[in-house]
Design a protein around this ligand. Structure first.
Ligand code: SIN
Ligand code: FE2
Length: 200
């Protein structure tokens, strides 16, 4: 499989075929029927522009009580299981890793973005994070193990997969912007990002 490595971020362009992407969108929509998207806020109470949900044993949530993993959706229902297609992808790209315990579902409408951050609410940083892009193109920025310093950016397109492991696992990263109407995968536009993580 084709891989481009930037600062130890492994980027697999066109990893998912168009059919695989549409099947995955169907699987995600079915997860969202059980666990609807919600609007997280930062611990200081600022609404995030990305809407979220999750699948798996844990979902990542954020509100006035802080950033954390929870075993249930804010409504009280269990998170739906992680779709098999994603588990297969994980096993293919991270064969030595433990099974993922969370699939975070990030929904970007036009204008949504995600500030530079580290994925650091997990217990075991030896485990990779795998992220799948669906829908509109997104400008992904990759930084360093500490905030600041030089960064490099790449446009992620629908079907691209990124694996963060080794030094990239602790590196700051974020989404600067979405390019509206750059993909026809999602009937109402926008972007879905799916992020698989081992939590415990
Ligand atoms: C994230 O870092 O949680 C999301 C990255 C992305 O949307 O591609
Ligand atoms: Fe992240």
């Amino acid at each position: 499989m084709n891989v481009v490595t930037i600062r130890e971020f492994d980027i697999y362009p066109d990893c998912l075929s168009h059919d695989a992407q549409s099947n995955l969108v169907d699987a995600v929509r079915s997860c969202l029927q059980t666990a609807p998207l919600f609007q997280p806020t930062t611990p200081r109470g600022k609404a995030m522009s990305v809407r979220m949900s999750a699948a798996g044993a844990f979902g990542w949530v954020s509100d006035r009580s802080g950033y954390r993993y929870e075993p249930r959706h804010p409504s009280g229902v269990d998170w739906p299981p992680i779709p098999d297609m994603l588990l297969d992808l994980w096993h293919r790209l991270a064969p030595d890793a433990r099974d993922p315990e969370c699939c975070l579902i990030n929904w970007y409408a036009d204008g949504a973005k995600m500030g530079m951050h580290q994925d650091k609410d997990e217990a075991d940083f030896s485990q990779p994070v795998l992220s799948v892009s669906l829908g509109d193109d997104a400008l992904f920025r990759m930084g360093n193990a500490t905030r600041g310093g030089t960064t490099e950016s790449v446009w992620l397109r629908s079907g691209d997969v990124v694996v963060m492991r080794n030094s990239a696992r602790r590196a700051y990263h974020g989404i600067d912007r979405i390019k509206a109407n750059s993909s026809t995968l999602l009937r109402d536009g926008g972007r879905i990002n799916l992020t698989l993580r081992v939590v415990t």
